[in-house]
Design a protein around this ligand. Structure first.
Ligand code: GRF
Length: 190
């Protein structure tokens, strides 16, 4: 079966990266993680990628004159890999329209809420403050607006009365680790 080249962009902990690495070990997984890019060389996720013998790239935006030249360098680094899919997994920089257009329909992201609710940061805090009774996570295509593109897959969880921001984050993260690999399967098998 065809295994399409996937790149994963991270900034931090890398637990979703890890779940995708694990899923990709299945012979029937339609993707092969060929590179991990991080804007933070010291991120925990970079360690995970290195331990898994995946090519890694890390550059710091502070060493570039502007966001455009930072992205140009990313494009230069990833070009040889002919990526079929870029998975944002806790990548904290906003990609420009120019970048997104270069990979039209080929960039996906995971967000810890039931989009279109709670775009942006601090989702769990806002959910708890609003006393919602359900939340969840979403994998979606990336367009030029934050957390906005077409939804690929969602998973709901119920919120208990004693849930806090942290317990909710943990519950949802477990679901993220299930749906991100599932969403990649869906996208690459279409
Ligand atoms: C996840 O909660 C994801 O939904 C959000 O950033 C977090 C990344 O966590 N976009 P990790 O680095 O994959 O552990």
């Amino acid at each position: 079966m065809i295994k399409y080249p996937i790149g994963i962009f991270i900034s931090g902990r890398g637990s979703n990266l890890k779940s995708i690495i694990n899923a990709s070990k299945d012979a029937n997984f339609p993707g092969n993680i060929v590179l991990v890019f991080s804007d933070n060389p010291n991120s925990k996720g970079m360690k995970i990628a290195l331990e898994s013998n995946i090519d890694t790239f890390s550059i710091d935006i502070n060493n570039f004159k502007d966001a455009n030249s930072f992205e140009e360098e990313i494009l230069r680094l990833i070009k040889p890999y002919n990526l079929e899919l870029i998975c944002l997994a806790g990548y904290m920089k906003i990609l420009s329209k120019k970048f997104i257009d270069k990979f039209s329909g080929k960039i996906i992201n995971i967000h810890p809420s039931l989009l279109p609710k709670y775009k942006g940061l601090n989702t769990h805090r806002r959910v708890i403050e609003n006393m919602d009774t359900i939340s969840g996570c979403t994998v979606h295509y990336v367009n030029e607006n934050l957390d906005d593109g077409e939804i690929i897959l969602q998973r709901e969880i119920s919120i208990d009365a004693d849930d806090t921001e942290n317990t909710l984050a943990d519950k949802i993260l477990k679901e993220e680790h299930i749906i991100y690999p599932e969403a990649i399967r869906l996208v690459l098998k279409k």
